[in-house]
Write a protein that binds this ligand. Structure first.
Ligand SMILES: Cc1cc2nc3c(=O)[nH]c(=O)nc-3n(C[C@H](O)[C@H](O)[C@H](O)COP(=O)(O)OP(=O)(O)OC[C@H]3O[C@@H](n4cnc5c(N)ncnc54)[C@H](O)[C@@H]3O)c2cc1C
Length: 483
């Protein structure tokens, strides 16, 4: 009997899936960049069952790979090809444990789909603001483990800012119950923060207490066209001045991103007839029944037009038009896929440097030439740019993109580093960005992460090969003699 078979033999049969047709749905990542093998998918029904699984895996040194909605972009859920790593999914753990309206908090099982949490909050006339294009399939456990960002981070922060407490099973099978939804709690280290963004490498998140907010009583969206990229961030400042703190999204879309999408999906409505180089989807919302948000946005719009920062635009006049704007934004990644795929660069710089990064990055791609197409979009209100390069139409995309990866990507990442930015803004490291971490990451931080991993998971059973590279850190150790 192999070691993983010894683990499986001790588990209740109802939580073990051996059918390779089902397992196959989890062994390739969302982008179809990584494929591995696994002999079994484990589907526990409770935190205690998760603890039992982890304890057995630890005893037998069997690796466990947590899978959420499998919408991650860095291959974090894909097992290796040894066919010995077990997959674990919390898809049966979907309870809304508590909604406390007066405390503005909700406590949920980690297997809840993000949109289910939106619905549960809405039933109590409250709102959970984390909002991603994948929200119909990603799980809150995955959001927490990737520290997801999304389209409302400019107002409400990223996942880390929305988590009040966590319950997690640590790599030795102990349950860390840090679920308290207290707003203030300074009893020592905030250990739950360590698990946020850990991509399953330090344990399995089984439940979370999250912050809720009052829902918007009015909301205004506008699709704006601009021609001069240097107007981008001043326009954000202007919008903030006019609306107070009401801006919830400030999403940049390059003309190429929009045209790539509309060419393949003509049924999506073009929001503005006038051609332009850049577009911004802006949204403001308030729960105050007093603030006249529509007047504030109209005044901002007129001011932006009179200063020729905005060349054209449309303020949504109905909920349907607002949804149409967002529909376009959310389909931009699909537009890239339908045009042969892209080499993605999920990067961030200071918000004040965003326009300059877009200009300098575009110049780098132009210098490479050969018809490479650039799709740029993202949550630029928080400095997060998705800077993606596509092959020209009619060219073998996979060969071309390979060349982009080797010849253009390093220059883009060099530029990000020079601007003190991050080579991973919101998708994490997974297995995809480990080599970037070696080149651009901080060796002291990498070494400390390795040490935490060794303390919590000495047998390296939790999602090995992701986030922190292999156990051998001698070169880092030499680099970091102060530790
Ligand atoms: C159309 C689309 C739009 C997207 N938009 C955004 C966006 O705006 N912002 C953004 O940040 N991301 C975005 N993403 C990426 C992705 O949706 C997020 O990273 C999301 O948080 C992943 O959640 P998931 O449940 O799918 O996790 P998975 O992909 O299943 O897992 C991600 C990582 O978390 C680990 N993990 C999963 N569950 C647990 C758990 N319970 N305990 C411990 N570890 C666990 C996995 O092992 C893996 O390492 C988008 C993806 C798509 C397809």
């Amino acid at each position: 009997m192999t070691t993983y078979e010894q683990v499986l033999a001790k588990l209740p049969a109802e939580i073990v899936v051996l059918d390779q047709d089902i397992i196959g749905g989890y062994t390739t990542d969302f982008r179809k960049k990584y494929t591995g093998k696994s002999p079994a998918l484990l589907r526990p029904r409770s935190t205690e069952e998760v603890a039992e699984i982890v304890k057995l895996c630890n005893e037998h040194s069997v690796a466990l790979v947590p899978v959420g909605g499998n919408t991650g972009y860095c291959g974090g859920t894909t097992p290796d090809d040894s066919d010995e790593q077990l997959l674990i999914s919390l898809q049966r753990m979907k309870k809304i444990r508590e909604v406390d309206g007066d405390n503005l908090s909700i406590t949920v099982d980690a297997g809840c789909i993000l949109s289910e949490i939106h619905d549960a909050a809405a039933q109590e006339k409250l709102m959970f603001p984390l909002s991603l294009g994948s929200q119909q399939s990603c799980q809150i456990g995955g959001n927490i483990s990737t520290n997801a960002g999304g389209v409302s981070a400019i107002r409400y922060g990223i996942t880390r800012d929305l988590v009040l407490g966590l319950e997690a099973v640590l790599p030795d099978g102990q349950i860390l119950s840090n679920l308290s939804p207290l707003r203030k709690d300074n009893r020592g280290y905030a250990l739950h923060q360590l698990l946020i963004g850990a991509e399953g490498s330090l344990g399995i998140v089984t439940a979370a207490s999250l912050r809720l907010f009052l829902p918007a009583s009015s909301r205004v969206s506008a699709f704006l066209a601009i021609n001069d990229i240097s107007d981008l961030i001043p326009l954000l400042a202007k919008a903030q001045q006019y609306t107070g703190e009401a801006i919830t999204s400030f999403e940049y879309i390059s003309n190429t991103s929009l045209e790539l999408l509309l060419a393949k999906k003509p049924e999506l409505r073009r929001p503005i007839a006038e051609p332009a180089k850049h577009f911004v989807l802006i949204e403001a919302a308030t729960s105050s029944p007093i603030l006249p948000l529509d007047q504030a946005i109209e005044a901002f719009f007129e001011d932006g037009m009179s200063e020729e920062m905005i060349v054209d635009g449309a303020i949504a006049s109905s909920e349907q038009q607002r949804l149409d704007f967002w529909n376009l934004r959310e389909h931009i990644p699909e537009g890239e896929v339908l045009n042969g795929g892209s080499v993605k660069h999920d990067v961030s710089v200071r918000t004040s440097d965003t326009a300059r990064f877009i200009e300098l990055g575009t110049a780098l791609v132009d210098r490479f030439g050969r018809g490479a197409r650039l799709s740029i979009y993202g949550h630029v209100g928080d400095g997060n740019v998705h800077f993606n390069v596509l092959a020209p139409a009619g060219v073998n995309a996979s060969m071309f993109l390979e060349e982009i990866s080797t010849e253009v990507s390093p220059r883009i990442y060099d530029l990000v580093a020079k601007m003190d930015g991050s080579f991973s803004a919101e998708y994490g490291l997974g297995q995809d960005k480990l080599s970037l971490d070696q080149t651009y990451g901080d060796p002291i931080k990498r070494n400390l992460m390795r040490k935490f991993k060794n303390v919590l998971d000495p047998r390296e059973i939790m999602n090995p090969g992701k986030v922190v590279s292999s156990r051998n850190v001698m070169s880092d150790e030499k680099e970091v003699q102060c530790l």
